[in-house]
Design a protein around this ligand. Structure first.
Ligand code: SAM
Ligand code: SF4
Length: 453
C-alpha cells in the first residue's frame, strides 16, 4: 500500500491528546504514517479546543499558514487534505466552512472514527474536479467507541483510556456541555477489554480520562452498579498495570469511596487534579459549581487523612463576571490553605452561548491580568515548595523518554512531577518505559532531578 503522511496538531486538553492518538490509529490501516511537520503531509488535521477565545482564534491563524503549504503542494501537482476537528469544529463548523474555504472537511469530537471515509470522499470529489466540503458534527458517542475498540494498540508504557465523555453540569462559563455533548459513560465490559489490550501492549501506567471522570457509572460484569472507585479497583487487578491515574474530577462527585481508593490501593497514584475555579462562595454560586469553598476544603482534608502525601492540583478562573477584589482575595486564601503541588489558572474568557458571557458585570481585562499574575506567583511558589520538599527522598519514577542532557532520561514521579534522572549515556535506551527508584537531589519550580538509587 502506498504510504501517505498524516500531520495532526493537537490543541487543549488531554481528551484531545487521546483523540489525536485514536485518529492516528484509525488512519494507520489506510496507509497513513504520522509526521512531525505539516509541509509535505497528505492529510493535515487541526484537533482544536474551544475552551477559551485565544485557543479558538489560534486555529484560524494556523489555517492561514497551512493554506500556503497546500498551495505550494498543489503547484507541484499534489493534493493536501485539510481537516478541522475537535471542539471548535463542533461549535463553529458552518462558520469555519464559510470563513475558510481552504478547509476540506470539518468534524466534531464524536465522529472522527469516520475519518477514513471522509478522507476518501474528499479525495474522490477532488479527483472529479469538485470542491470537497464535508461537515460531520454528530454527537453519537457509543458508535465512535465501538469502532475505536476494534483497532490495534501500539507498544508503549503509558496510555490514556477515555472512560467517560461530555458533561451535564453546565458551569455558566463553560462550553464543554455544548461541544462534547451530554454525559456518557462507556460500558465496563468494553473498558476492561480495552484495558487488557493496553496491558498486553506493555502499558504500566494508565490514565482514565473524562470531562467529569468521577461521574463515571455503569453496570459491572456481575450486574452491580459501579462508579469510578469500583472501576479503578477492577483495573488495578489487571496484570502489568502498576500505576493508575484519573482526570478531570469534579468536587461534586468526589465520594468517600473514591477517597478510600487513594488510601487502600498502591496502584492509585498519590495525585489528584481537582479544579475549584474560585474561593468565593458568591462566585462559585454564580458559576453554578454546586460546591462551596468549605466543602472543597473538606474533601482535601479527608483525602489527606487517607493519603497524607497526596499532591493536589487545581484549575482557577480569575475575573469571572462580578468578581470583586474581596472575592479574589478569597481565592488567594483558599490557595494558601490548600497548598497546591501544581495548578492551571486562567483569565475568564466569555464564550458565545454560555450564560456567563451574557452577564452584565464583566471584569476589565487589566484587572483580570493583574489578578492572574498575583495568583500565578503564589501557585508558582507553592509548586517550588512542593518540589523542594522531596529533595533527599527516593521516589519511583516511570521513565518516559530522553532527558535534557545526553546522559539523562525524563520521567514522572508518583506525584506527577517531571523528573530528570542522570543515568549514564549507555542506559538511556534500556530504561525507557521502566519504573526505577530515583534519589532526588535537586528541584526547581518546573522539575526535580536525581540519580538512580
Ligand atoms: N471538567 C473540569 C472541571 O469541572 O473543572 C474542567 C474542564 S475544562 C476543559 C478545563 C478548565 O478550563 C476548567 O477547569 C476551567 O478552569 C477552564 N475554563 C473553562 N471555561 C473557561 C472560560 N470560559 N474562561 C476561562 N477558563 C475556562
Ligand atoms: Fe465545564 Fe463545569 Fe462540565 Fe467541567 S463540570 S466540563 S467546567 S461544565
Amino acid at each position: 500500500m502506498e504510504k501517505k503522511k498524516l500531520y495532526i496538531k493537537t490543541y487543549g486538553c488531554q481528551m484531545n491528546v487521546y483523540d489525536t492518538e485514536r485518529m492516528v490509529d484509525v488512519m494507520a490501516p489506510e496507509g497513513y504514517m504520522e509526521t512531525d511537520t505539516p509541509e509535505d503531509a497528505d492529510l493535515v488535521v487541526l484537533n482544536t479546543c474551544h475552551i477559551r477565545e485565544k485557543a479558538a482564534e489560534k486555529v484560524y491563524s494556523d489555517i492561514g499558514r497551512i493554506r500556503k503549504m497546500k498551495d505550494t503542494k498543489k503547484k507541484d501537482g499534489e493534493e493536501m487534505v485539510l481537516a478541522v476537528g475537535g471542539c471548535v469544529a463542533q461549535a463553529e463548523g458552518a462558520e469555519i466552512m464559510k470563513r475558510a474555504p481552504v478547509v476540506d472537511m470539518v468534524f466534531g469530537p464524536q465522529t472522527y472514527h469516520n475519518l477514513p471515509d471522509m478522507v476518501n470522499q474528499s479525495l474522490s470529489l477532488k479527483s472529479q474536479g469538485e470542491k470537497s466540503r464535508i461537515l460531520d458534527t454528530g454527537l453519537a458517542v457509543d458508535e465512535k467507541f465501538d469502532q475505536l475498540s476494534k483497532k490495534d494498540v501500539k507498544k508503549k508504557a503509558t496510555a490514556f483510556l477515555t472512560i467517560q465523555e461530555g458533561c451535564d453540569k453546565f458551569c455558566t462559563f463553560c462550553v464543554v456541555p455544548y461541544t462534547r455533548g451530554a454525559e456518557f459513560s462507556r460500558s465496563i465490559e468494553d473498558l476492561v477489554k480495552d484495558a487488557e489490550k493496553l496491558a498486553k501492549a506493555g502499558v504500566v501506567e494508565v490514565t482514565l480520562l473524562g470531562q467529569n471522570v468521577n461521574a463515571f457509572h455503569g453496570v459491572s460484569e456481575n450486574g452491580e452498579e459501579w462508579g469510578l472507585p469500583q472501576l479503578i479497583r477492577r483495573l488495578a487487578k489487571i496484570d502489568g498495570f502498576e500505576r493508575i491515574r484519573y482526570t478531570t474530577s469534579h468536587p461534586h462527585d468526589m465520594t468517600d469511596e473514591l477517597l478510600k481508593v487513594h488510601g487502600d490501593l498502591k496502584e492509585c497514584m498519590p495525585y489528584l487534579h481537582l479544579p475549584v475555579q474560585a474561593g468565593s462562595d458568591r462566585i462559585l454560586k454564580a458559576m453554578n459549581r454546586t460546591h462551596d469553598s468549605a466543602s472543597y476544603k473538606d474533601i482535601i482534608r479527608d483525602l489527606r487523612k487517607e493519603r497524607p502525601d497526596i499532591a493536589i492540583s487545581g484549575d482557577f478562573i480569575v475575573g469571572f463576571p462580578g468578581e470583586t477584589y474581596e472575592d479574589f482575595k478569597e481565592t488567594m486564601e483558599l490557595v494558601r490553605d490548600v497548598k497546591y503541588a501544581q495548578a492551571y489558572s486562567f483569565k475568564y474568557s466569555p464564550r458565545p452561548g454560555t450564560p456567563a458571557a451574557e452577564m452584565d458585570d464583566q471584569v476589565d481585562e487589566n484587572i483580570k491580568s493583574e489578578r492572574l499574575s498575583r495568583l500565578q506567583a503564589l501557585l508558582k511558589q507553592q509548586q517550588a515548595d512542593f518540589n523542594n520538599s522531596v529533595i533527599g527522598k527516593t521516589l519511583s519514577v516511570l521513565i518516559e523518554g530522553k532527558g535534557k542532557a545526553e546522559d539523562a532520561v525524563f520521567g514522572r514521579s508518583p506525584y506527577m512531577q517531571a523528573v530528570q534522572v542522570k543515568v549514564g549515556a549507555d542506559k538511556v535506551e534500556e530504561l525507557q518505559g521502566k519504573i526505577v527508584d530515583v534519589k532526588i537531589n535537586g528541584a526547581n519550580t518546573f522539575y526535580i532531578e536525581g540519580i538512580l538509587a
